[in-house]
Write a protein that binds this ligand. Structure first.
Ligand SMILES: Nc1ncnc2c1ncn2[C@@H]1O[C@H](COP(=O)(O)OP(=O)(O)O)[C@@H](O)[C@H]1O
Ligand SMILES: [Mg+2]
Length: 280
């Protein structure tokens, strides 16, 4: 269970997040929506402590996240995986190694990393890639993959952390509609099958409606809506996005009709056995 109490973040005179209070029960899939600059990223980054709150409290399962330091803070950042709009992979490393980097926080020292990853970890990494349907890319350089594939690698890397919470900051904002659907379906699957709490910032309203059981709307750093998608009325939408803007959901739509045959993203290495490639 998450508790946020009066969480505020200031950057100089600018209040990016203003006195945000809400609870999130375990296993919920939450979408955070709002205009650019509303404070969505800052809020997510405070939850995993990439940014520290100026005031207020964040608590998870009885642990005061907002006061963690040192090893306890690193453990929290392991439990609370994050994916980003720009994927944040290491482009010049292969996909498998990128995924294995998700184990970094499970290790006590950097030197242990230099001793290579264990066989179990490599099997786990291939399993994560298989789950995301991209095991055939295991030995390609991450930077050569399409955006959709890269985001799936980032999700596989997050899974390697065996997180309790998955945070996603506009995970589909750089993707075409088909890849956006694949990535959102993967997040939903992780939420439903693994029971992991997913909190995701989304720039499109219809995606939030389709995938999230709960929507939190932010404007000017504050929460101005918190409820089920069915309660997100036109008036609520106007409050979130500003009454001066006529928001048409289809304008920001990522929904498309997926043709029966999903295009193959396979590469030249598709026929090779990923486990063999991984040296297993
Ligand atoms: N590191 C920073 N330094 C200064 N201002 C920042 C910083 N990060 C965010 N802000 C400001 O805080 C506000 C909220 O930003 P952000 O959380 O990125 O919003 P969103 O993700 O909803 O677009 C914006 O006005 C932004 O310019
Ligand atoms: Mg943002």
């Amino acid at each position: 269970m998450f508790h946020l109490r009066d969480v505020t973040r200031q950057f100089g005179k600018k209040t990016a997040v203003s006195s945000v209070t809400f609870d999130i029960p375990p296993g919920q899939m939450v979408g955070i929506i709002g205009r650019s600059g509303a404070g969505k990223s800052t809020l997510l980054r405070m939850i995993n402590r990439l940014v520290d709150p100026s005031s207020g409290e964040i608590e998870f399962s009885g642990v005061k996240v907002s006061s963690l330091k040192g090893a306890a803070l690193r453990n929290w950042q392991r439990d609370c995986a994050m994916i980003f709009q720009q994927f944040n992979l290491v482009p010049r490393l292969d996909v498998l190694t990128n995924v294995l980097l998700g184990r970094l926080n499970h290790r006590s020292t950097i030197s242990s990393v230099l001793n290579m990853f264990s066989r179990e970890e490599r099997i786990m990494a291939v399993g994560a890639l298989e789950r995301l349907g991209i095991e055939q890319t295991a030995l390609q350089l991450a930077g050569t993959l399409s955006g959709g594939q890269q985001q799936r690698v980032a999700i596989a890397r997050a899974l390697m952390q065996q997180p309790k919470v998955l945070l996603a900051d506009e995970p589909i904002a750089s993707l075409d509609p088909l890849n956006a659907k694949i990535v959102m379906d993967a997040l939903r699957d992780i939420n439903e099958r693994d029971g992991i709490t997913v909190i995701t910032n989304l720039h499109t309203l219809d995606t939030a409606r389709n995938y999230c059981e709960r929507i939190i709307g932010m404007a000017h750093g504050r929460v101005v809506f918190d409820g089920q998608p069915k309660n997100l009325t036109a008036a609520a939408v106007a409050e979130i996005y500003g009454a001066d803007t006529a928001i048409e959901e289809s304008m920001t739509s990522t929904t498309i009709n997926i043709p029966a045959a999903v295009p193959q993203e396979q590469t030249a290495s598709a026929s090779l056995k990923p486990l063999a490639l991984a040296g297993l």
